[in-house]
Design a protein around this ligand. Structure first.
Ligand code: RIB
Length: 310
């Protein structure tokens, strides 16, 4: 199967409970509906990229268990090439325990399991997948040495490298200098730069700092505030779509996957951002990670129904 987008990252099964409010330490609260769904930042981004029109291959690691089998079937049903996904007989598939409150905010704890078993050797073995792709999309739920190796190979092959640095962790300047497009949220941008990001002004300072480290383009996602974009020539704030959030889980993943899908089609960056924002706005209106990710037609219908700045 040919692909123009390769996602290298995590795969989880999400166990989700709706709660009236997120419990404090030591507190037990009675929740509502339970939902089990495929998740993991890598797999979510792969699903979003595919549903938004990309040809997608996923390089991830799952355990040899029923959860791993179920998620692989789901990704295949979405049309994602999973032939390179590693099934590790010694590991358990990744699981995320998620609580979502009445405002759509969440708390997530991840048991990484097999995600921690994606190694540098797996990357070397799949070098051809990197060479075939146009856009390669990374997050930080798999081991950093594995990500570093894959990014080095992708950079040497002149690929468009998107790094969504989630969950937040410190990264070397060397790694950042190889990134085409970095997509932190406010927390991640603050951690990477030491600048507290809370509005367009602070986002601009953080983006400037990241550009100085060698990142080519920076997109800082700021939830209801919108998205800040900056490269060497231009900077712009994109307001968020005004929608009522039911569940924000995977909104960032939807944004990144959708962005990769349209970037792979050589669309210009501002319209890519607008499309990705619309995809994320649709995703927050539904529950669950992958069940909430829209397809390209839904995004286009949504955009057609909204004036540009609403
Ligand atoms: O970004 C959302 C994802 O984070 C969830 O699907 C969960 O699996 C965790 O990886």
């Amino acid at each position: 199967m040919s692909h123009n987008i390769l996602v290298i990252g995590s795969s989880n099964t999400d166990m989700v409970v709706q709660v009236p409010n997120l419990p404090a330490a030591g507190e037990t609260i009675l929740g509502g509906v339970f939902q089990q769904a495929s998740g993991g930042k890598g797999a979510n981004q792969a699903v979003a990229a595919k549903r938004c029109g990309g040809q997608v291959a996923l390089l991830a690691c799952v355990g040899d268990d029923s959860l791993g089998e179920a998620v692989l079937k789901a990704y295949q049903a979405d049309g994602i090439d999973v032939s390179a996904v590693v099934v590790d007989p010694k590991a358990k598939s990744g699981v995320a325990i998620i609580m979502v409150n009445k405002d759509g905010e969440n708390s997530i704890a991840v048991a990484s399991g097999a995600n921690d078993c994606l190694t540098v050797e797996h990357i070397e073995k799949n070098k051809a997948l990197i060479e075939q792709a146009k856009v390669i999309l990374f997050q930080l739920e798999t081991p950093l040495p594995t990500i570093e190796k894959a990014i080095a190979l992708a950079a040497a092959a002149n690929k468009i490298i998107i790094l969504n640095p989630a969950p937040a962790q410190a990264l070397s300047d060397r790694l950042l200098s190889q990134i085409s497009l970095l997509t932190p949220n406010e927390t991640e941008a603050s951690l990477l730069t030491g600048i507290a990001v809370c509005d367009a002004t602070s986002a601009k300072k953080a983006a400037q700092c990241l550009l100085l480290k060698g990142v080519q383009q920076v997109i800082i996602t700021m939830g209801e505030l919108g998205v800040f974009y900056m490269d060497a020539k231009q900077a712009q704030m994109f307001p968020a779509f005004n929608v009522k959030a039911t569940d924000s889980t995977a909104a960032g993943d939807t944004f990144n996957g959708a962005l990769a899908a349209v970037l792979a089609n050589q669309e210009e960056i501002f319209s890519c951002i607008h499309f990705a924002q619309a995809a994320a706005a649709l995703s927050v209106q539904k529950s669950g990670a992958q069940p909430s990710i829209p397809c390209k037609q839904e995004v286009m219908d949504f955009l057609a129904s909204r004036p540009l700045t609403s």
